[in-house]
Design a binder for this molecule. Structure first.
Ligand SMILES: NC(=O)c1ccc[n+]([C@@H]2O[C@H](COP(=O)([O-])OP(=O)(O)OC[C@H]3O[C@@H](n4cnc5c(N)ncnc54)[C@H](O)[C@@H]3O)[C@@H](O)[C@H]2O)c1
Length: 262
């Protein structure tokens, strides 16, 4: 590989980020746009998507809003087609949309499992298939990143449907990386560390004290601070950039070192 002047530049590339109307997805969209990508901010929540697009444009970068429910495979394929047609190529696809719910493994019922799995697992499959189909045929091969969770490294008793769906997405990513390797399309995973967002904030005020919760998290974090959505975004940036041209099937863990601890 030649020494590159700016291996993280995304100038001229298109990127789709699902669930980018909020939280980590918004952070990923902003980071990719900051490096020159045109970002399609895809979310089931159109108001959230529009707000992220406005934020990106106010900073002088490029973005479009896209209404997408990741549980709908046809909609994912239609979005991939429209981006490739509008831009000339589909270069980056980040499967970030996710939901969670409480419930221990011994009592979680089928409906609840399926509701979570449809977004967190099938959503990843739909997005990956829609992107891979086009990326494999292009001259400049694309990169897919799937957002799972550091929770797959450990057991969590309260969110069985969530962690099982994320573990499935984790394994799916690596199988897809194997299958697509010969096409040049790279598939990687970011097992995100804890970030305060819509998903994680939901318990504050319902018996969970925010300051005490953050302090407990800090004590488990070797680097001594809690990361944010941009820490996750920069991990994604590395994986989709030319700097990572030899990287596929990898899992990055931006979590301040928490997953090392017994
Ligand atoms: N926040 C954390 O600590 C944390 C840690 C590890 C992994 N994650 C993962 O990061 C991702 C983003 O979560 P977040 O924390 O930013 O939460 P968030 O609730 O702030 O954002 C999730 C976004 O996904 C969108 N979404 C939900 N269902 C969708 C669907 N069917 N189609 C399209 N969009 C949909 C929501 O509208 C929302 O904008 C999720 O996959 C989550 O599991 C989060």
């Amino acid at each position: 590989m030649p020494l590159l002047d700016n291996p993280f530049s995304l100038t001229g590339r298109s990127a789709v980020v699902t669930g980018a109307g909020s939280g980590i997805g918004r952070g990923i969209a902003l980071v990719l746009a900051s490096q020159g990508a045109k970002v399609w901010v895809a979310d089931v929540n159109s108001a959230g998507a529009d707000a992220t697009v406005a934020d990106i444009r106010e900073r002088g970068w490029d973005a479009e809003s896209a209404s997408l429910d990741v549980t709908d495979a046809d909609a994912a394929h239609a979005l991939a087609d429209s981006v490739a047609e509008a831009h000339g190529s589909l270069d980056i696809w980040v499967n970030n949309a996710g939901i969670t719910a409480d419930g221990p493994p011994s009592t979680v019922d089928d409906d609840e499992l399926l509701r979570i799995w449809k977004v967190n697992f099938l959503g990843v499959v739909h997005g990956s298939q829609a992107a891979a189909r086009l990326m494999a045929e292009q001259e400049r091969k694309g990169a897919i990143v799937n957002i799972t969770t550091g929770g797959v490294d450990r057991a969590m008793v309260t969110v069985a449907a969530y962690t099982s769906s994320k573990a499935a997405a984790h394994q799916y990513s690596r199988s897809l990386a194997l299958e697509l390797g010969a096409t040049g399309v790279r598939v990687n995973t970011v097992a995100a560390g804890w970030v305060e967002t819509g998903i994680t904030r939901r318990h504050y005020g319902e018996g969970v004290d925010r300051e005490r919760d953050l302090q407990a998290k800090l004590e488990r974090t070797p680097l001594g601070f809690i990361g944010d959505e941009f820490d996750q975004g920069y991990a994604v940036l590395y994986l989709v950039s030319d700097a990572a041209r030899f990287v596929t099937g990898a899992v990055l863990r931006p979590n301040g070192g928490t997953s090392m601890q017994w």
